[in-house]
Ligand binder design. Structure first.
Ligand SMILES: Nc1nc2c(ncn2[C@@H]2O[C@H](COP(=O)(O)OP(=O)(O)O)[C@@H](O)[C@H]2O)c(=O)[nH]1
Ligand SMILES: [Mg+2]
Length: 317
């Protein structure tokens, strides 16, 4: 049993290494340049480090936090060598991630005291909501849970059809109404159906229109309120999906959505093929919201449970 677990997790780690390759290569090559010819961590090195972290999409506030922590270590140890900088950075970043990402989860699990466990998925168009829902349904199903999907993005017919394709692919039921119908009503039907089927997990898709913030806020609030009529403490998670490859834009979206609704966790997608993986560190720190899942490709298996230690390790590879 342990043997297989090990194989599985090392495969997962390889996928993560591959997914973060661009971020890590870009970050480490800048770091190498910054310390070239320097043996000690001095003000110059710290200035360069600040620039590197900001340009790696860690964000200004989180960068300043990291720099302050390293400064504190330098003032304790004036002869801190640049050869140690890599290790110290790793420690500080892992420490920062630990403040919001307490668990060390590596499996797709459902809280034992929630049945069904209800996740409402929010985020702007194109970030990967529907894809992430499909991948997540697949993982939950593989872990032995029964899953029901709700097609709450009723804005476009194509959005409903896209979720239907994922439902068919994974082999899980979907509750849908026609295009233009009330998303709150779809959420209500989905929860009722899930309760009737004694399902373990419900995942509700939503539309990602942001052009009218008040409209969006009202709509999300209404969907949540209607869910409470069926299951008093639902949704148990409001998961904001962010496209990691958009860098600073993802910060802006996190700001708007956390103002509009109570976001309880994050999924950061498209970390493959981008050098902006640093956003995971910055967004989690700045918004004090745990990152639950990360997307590392378009395939059905390209979703991982976020593990801060694995992430930092791959980022520094
Ligand atoms: N490379 C990559 N593409 C992704 C990932 N997640 C989603 N996508 C792609 O992003 C595009 C938009 O995804 P979609 O789920 O429709 O976004 P939605 O509008 O938020 O529902 C699709 O082409 C997906 O295949 C990921 O982790 N990596
Ligand atoms: Mg969608």
């Amino acid at each position: 049993m342990n043997f297989f677990k090990k194989i599985f997790s090392s495969e997962k780690k390889e996928d993560l290494d591959k997914g973060l390759e661009k971020s890590s290569t870009s970050f480490l090559s800048k770091l190498t340049k910054a310390v070239a010819g320097k043996s000690k961590v001095d003000d110059d090195v710290l200035d360069n480090l600040e620039e590197i972290l900001v340009s790696s999409d860690v964000g200004v506030n989180t960068t300043l936090k990291i720099i302050q922590r390293i400064e504190a270590r330098v003032s304790n140890d004036k002869y801190l060598g640049t050869d140690e900088l890599n290790k110290i950075l790793r420690e500080e970043i892992a420490g920062l991630l630990s403040e919001t990402n307490s668990g060390e989860a590596s499996e797709f699990e459902v809280p034992k005291d929630k049945k069904p466990y209800v996740i409402m998925v929010v985020g702007v168009n194109g970030v990967g909501k529907t894809t992430t829902i499909g991948k997540l349904a697949n993982q939950f199903k593989k872990s032995g849970y029964s899953v029901v999907l709700g097609a709450g993005d009723t804005f476009r017919a194509a959005a409903i059809d896209q979720l239907q394709i994922w439902a068919d692919r994974v082999g899980v039921p979907i509750i849908r109404q026609q295009m233009g119908s009330d998303p709150a009503s779809v959420a209500f039907d989905t929860l009722q159906s899930a309760v009737a089927q004694n399902a373990d997990v419900v995942i509700i898709d939503t539309a990602g229109r942001l052009h009218n913030k008040v409209g969006l806020m009202n709509e999300l609030t209404k969907i949540k309120r209607v869910m409470e009529k069926v299951i008093s403490d639902a949704p148990h998670d409001v998961m904001l999906v962010l496209d990691g490859s958009t860098g600073q834009n993802a910060f802006e979206q996190a700001k708007q959505f956390t103002a509009a609704t109570e976001v309880t966790c994050l999924a950061v997608t498209k970390l493959d093929g981008t050098a902006k993986g640093g956003v995971v560190i910055g967004i989690s720190d700045q918004f004090q919201i745990p990152v639950k899942y990360i997307g590392v490709g378009e395939g059905i298996n390209d979703l991982q449970v976020f593990n801060k230690y694995e992430f930092v390790d791959s980022f520094f590879k």
